[in-house]
Design a protein around this ligand. Structure first.
Ligand code: ADP
Length: 614
């Protein structure tokens, strides 16, 4: 409960319950009123018809005593006998009339109220000889009025309505004619279910009722005076009049008069309507049973309430749905706005990034151009540097022998002047040697002047190796070097030029021999292997290997670690370029077991035909 209260759900719940019960109450009231109105309407109609038929039924007899009193024989009969002579003629006449008009009884009383002739003269309950002077109808008629009275017959114990008229003989009232009408038959027509019809006299006593149990019951409390009056007129004989157990039941949901009447069974509720019959001073009531009307009202109220609740629920659901829809639309709108905002932001970011990129690209382009320019400058500079380097090296290489040759020539001239012919010859021989050396430089330099992409063809490597070794045979022998050649079984044909490749091999093997000059057992290993379409040719020696500082420069022109006059520093540079021209590669490294190893990678072809051999 506390949780409910805390959660704030109880109050709206109570509110809804209160609203529903209020609406329910009003709905019930409306439905009950509606149904009861219909019941009342029907009751009113029934009541009207009942009164009409009652009036009609009794009205038929109203003038009968007057007419009988007008009969000459009757007047004569009353004029002649004031005592009790049986006059069968009158008795039979009354009997015939009674049969014709279907009344209960017709009888004639003298001015003392003694019955002197009656239609039932021959029955056990004959009125003849009985005195009815106590009856109000007699008392009225003897006074010259038209008497009418309802009473329970003292002889027959049957309820009846009495009409009475005075009988005038020569202007004086000599007796009274009375007609008793039975009301049982009238009542019989009222025995219709769902309502009760009741007729009360002016004292409120029921003398006619569709429900026989209610006969002679009072609808209102009886006063002592009333009881005395009843006794004197012996209206209802000796019948003890009891009050009907009526409880007024005012119903807030209905504008009609409602009562509860308990008879032998449980109390039943009735809707009461009445209409007076002023002539007889009667009241005709209709008591309509309300049980089925109430059930009908409940059903209608329940249906109305159900419809109302359904409508409220439907409306609530519709409203909730609408609200949810609106919320969804709102959130979608929000999302769209967010998206649009994000897109805008991103677009802005992208624009900035784009412009940055464009800026960067233009900067890159500028940098690239700068770089290209720098590269071009560098190339130019390095070309110049190389040219300068080469010029310096050349001038050094040539100036030195030239200087020496000049000295030798000068000395030779001095020797000749002094006739030292042998010395002069020696000098001239030295000059010749120097000139040879310079010529050799020139020869090497010619190689630089070669066309870079001179025609290549497929050459037979095995022969080239042999030729190179042949050329170097003297030098090999001089240091007693061991040469091992290890070749695969196949004939090795490579892309190149015979003379130039031979020159490369002579240079590499020559360098190896140079490197092992001072070794006791110099050895050169020449190996060739195939690696797919390449032939890998290596020349390895067992010398000191390439010096660390020299490693990066050995392929540069004029780089040499050999002593003055020994190396030109052109061999490897030229060899590198030749192999490159063949589409191959020349590389150098120190063997892990010592010594230098030069590797030539050449393209091979399995062509063994009569190729042009250069
Ligand atoms: P050069 O033989 O006239 O010196 P190269 O161009 O043939 O010119 O060689 C350049 C240098 O490379 C050599 O001076 C030497 O230092 C180094 N070099 C070449 N071959 C070998 C080798 N087999 N062992 C050690 N050093 C070598």
């Amino acid at each position: 409960m506390n949780a409910l209260l805390n959660s704030g759900r109880l109050l709206p719940l109570l509110g809804v319950l209160l609203l529903l019960s209020t609406v329910g109450w009003y709905t019930k009231k409306i439905a009950t009123n509606y149904v009861f109105d219909q019941v009342a309407q029907r009751g009113q109609t029934t009541l009207r018809l009942t009164v009409e038929s009652l009036n009609g039924a009794l009205g038929r007899y109203r003038s009968v005593p007057f007419l009988i009193a007008d009969i000459k024989d009757v007047q004569k009969f009353l004029a002649s006998s004031a005592s009790l002579p049986l006059d069968n003629q009158i008795n039979h006449k009354l009997k015939r009339i009674n049969a014709a008009i279907r009344a209960s009884d017709i009888y004639i009383m003298n001015d003392q109220g003694l019955t002197i002739a009656a239609s039932n003269f021959d029955s056990n309950t004959s009125f003849v000889g009985r005195n009815f002077s106590f009856r109000p109808y007699f008392q009225d008629a003897i006074k010259g009025k038209q008497g009418r009275f309802f009473a329970l017959g003292t002889t027959s114990s049957k309820r009846g309505y009495y009409f009475a008229s005075p009988v005038y003989v020569n202007g004086a009232i000599k007796g009274v004619v009375a007609v008793k009408v039975s009301i049982d038959k009238i009542e019989a027509a009222w025995n219709i279910s769902n309502h009760e019809i009741v007729v009360t006299d002016k004292l409120g006593i029921i003398f006619m009722a569709s429900k026989p149990a209610w006969h002679f019951r009072s609808m209102i409390p009886l006063s002592d005076e009333t009881k005395t009056a009843l006794k004197s007129t012996r209206k209802y004989n000796e019948v003890l009049i009891q009050e009907l157990a009526i409880v007024e039941e005012p119903d807030a949901s209905s504008d009609h008069r409602m009562v509860n009447i308990a008879t032998n069974t449980r109390p039943l509720e009735y809707l009461v309507q009445n209409v007076p019959m002023p002539v007889e001073a009667w009241n005709v009531h209709i008591l309509s049973r309300t049980a089925s009307a109430r059930a009908q009202a409940y059903t209608i109220a329940a249906a109305l309430l159900f419809t109302l609740i359904s409508m409220i629920l439907s409306a609530t659901i519709l409203l909730l749905r609408r609200r949810r829809l609106l919320e969804r639309i709102d959130s979608q709108q929000e999302a769209r706005l967010q998206l649009a905002k994000r897109v805008k932001e991103r677009t802005y970011d992208l624009k900035i990034a784009n412009s940055n990129l464009i800026e960067e690209i233009s900067e890159r382009k500028l940098a690239e151009e700068e770089l290209k320019k720098t590269q071009a400058d560098l190339i130019q500079a390095s070309k110049l540097a190389a040219l300068g380097q080469m010029s310096a090296a050349l001038s050094h290489e040539l100036n030195q022998p030239l200087g020496a040759a000049k000295s030798y020539a000068d000395n030779a001239a001095v020797f000749l002047d002094r006739d030292r012919i042998d010395d002069a010859r020696k000098n001239i021989t030295s000059i010749s040697t120097l000139i040879d050396r310079m010529a050799s430089i020139g020869k090497h330099l010619r190689n630089f002047a070669r066309k870079p992409h001179e025609q290549t063809s497929t050459v037979f490597l095995n022969n080239i190796i042999n030729d190179a070794l042949e050329i170097l045979a003297t030098r090999i022998k001089a240091i007693d070097a061991k040469i091992s050649v290890e070749l695969p079984r196949e004939e090795l044909w490579v892309v190149g030029g015979q003379v130039r490749l031979q020159q490369v091999l002579v240079n590499l093997i020559g360098n190896s021999l140079d490197a092992m000059e001072n070794l006791p057992q110099p050895k050169v290993e020449i190996k060739a292997i195939r690696n797919n379409q390449y032939i890998i040719l290596s020349v390895r020696d067992f010398g000191a290997g390439i010096e660390d500082e020299a490693a990066s420069q050995i392929f540069d022109p004029f780089f040499t670690t050999k002593g003055v006059g020994k190396g030109l520093g052109l061999g490897l540079s030229i060899s590198y370029n030749i192999v490159k021209d063949f589409g191959g590669e020349l590389s150098a490294r120190n063997h892990e077991d010592g010594g230098a190893e030069f590797v030539i990678k050449l393209n091979s072809q399995s062509v063994k035909s009569n190729e042009t051999i250069i």
